[in-house]
Design a protein around this ligand. Structure first.
Ligand code: GLY
Length: 377
């Protein structure tokens, strides 16, 4: 029996338990901490991950009951296609409807995705050359003002735009995604290729006003999940553009992540957090996102030694995430333990979180939405 089947057996067990607690898609599972489930009501950024996990399990077991559940939890998100007040529509719709379309070919899902892409494009501005992630807000320190905040997480939402260009033939979506990826590469990274969580732009001149953090340890620290979003983001942008500059960039942002990992390969919630104390929590979500991206990245590298290097790192991460130290097993209705949502606010610290589960399932899923081969160890 291979590690993939074992992983999905656990996923089935744990997702079934959640389906029993929440039979209808009114609330979406988000976090489990100390055995307590916290949900969201189609008003956050994470609702796409749970249906996404259901699709991955269906893809693995071809069981019609799972398909039915996946459809139900996906279709309940349809009204979000009109969402324009923040950038997370990519996460919400591509993880749910994107997988639904990939696995069913239902044209209605395609149209919903294209409409979602149009909604996301309303947040693009020619002057800044990027998509506005959040609206104007006071920074989390309560003092600074963010006029046109762009967060590194936004890279993930570009996948929806590339999809829309592929299915419509209209390059407008991909052009916006390319501009966002280039602007972000230029403004959001340090010399060592770690990134700033937030870049605040002046909407009228397009100038960078300042660079900061929201969820990281400090403005100049490397927030672990932010680096993971960049690794996945630029790997995906290379997949969609075949522009080698993005492949090179994806490698550089991966290399700094790998060079700063602690011994067990799972990062602290921020790479600089150990400066605070040695007992800082780990973030398994960053690891699941990164491992799934490195597995894909390794398939794009011609030099076989380098390709093996990245693939091997992904395999090691998968092994550690699949070990008892990081697995909830049947103790709790989630797969992965030890993720951190928002440390500075004390939210979801050392918890099981739906996006960690989603990228962990993606790591196991093949043929995947990406072109990776079926993955066995
Ligand atoms: N996109 C929000 C987060 O990563 O926490």
């Amino acid at each position: 029996e291979d590690i993939v089947s074992r992983g999905f057996e656990r996923a089935e067990l744990q997702l079934s338990a959640q389906l029993k607690v929440l039979p209808e898609p009114n609330e979406y599972p988000r976090t489990i901490k100390d055995g307590k489930l916290k949900t969201t009501k189609k008003n956050d950024w994470t609702e796409g991950f749970y249906p996404g996990c259901l699709w991955y399990v269906y893809e693995h077991n071809h069981n019609e009951n799972w398909k039915e559940s996946a459809i139900k939890w996906t279709e309940a998100l349809e009204p979000l296609k009109k969402l324009t007040n923040h950038h997370d529509i990519g996460f919400l719709m591509y993880c749910s409807f994107g997988n639904a379309y990939r696995l069913t070919g239902n044209e209605i899902y395609k149209d919903i995705l294209v409409e979602s892409a149009r909604s996301l494009c309303t947040r693009f501005n020619q002057k800044t050359g990027c998509i506005e992630s959040w609206n104007y807000r006071k920074a989390w320190n309560g003092i600074d003002e963010w006029f046109y905040p762009v967060i590194i997480d936004n890279m993930m939402n570009l996948e929806l735009l590339y999809f829309a260009t592929k299915v419509t033939g209209d390059s407008v979506y991909a052009n916006i995604a390319n501009a966002h990826a280039e602007t972000t590469a230029k403004n959001q990274f340090r010399a060592d290729y770690s990134n700033y969580h937030v870049v605040n732009y002046d909407e009228e001149t397009g100038k960078v006003l300042h660079k900061a953090t929201c969820q990281g340890f400090s403005d100049n620290s490397a927030w672990a999940r932010g680096q993971a979003w960049a690794i996945y983001g630029y790997t995906m942008v290379y997949r969609e553009t075949h522009d080698v500059r993005f492949l090179d960039f994806a490698r550089k942002v991966s290399d700094v992540y790998l060079s700063r990992l602690p011994e067990d390969m799972i990062p602290y919630w921020d790479f600089n957090a150990p400066e605070l104390s040695s007992g800082e929590p780990k973030d398994a979500s960053a690891s699941a996102i990164t491992a799934s991206a490195l597995l894909e990245l390794s398939t794009y590298i011609n030099d076989s030694d380098s390709a093996f290097f990245y693939r091997n790192k992904a395999v090691e991460m998968l092994q550690i995430l699949s070990s008892p130290a990081y697995q909830a097993r049947n103790k709790k209705d989630a797969f992965l333990l030890h993720s951190v949502g928002h440390m500075n606010k004390g939210w979801e610290v050392d918890a099981s979180i739906s996006y960690a589960d989603y990228y962990y399932c993606l790591l196991y899923t093949s043929p995947s939405p990406r072109d990776t081969e079926r993955y066995r160890m």
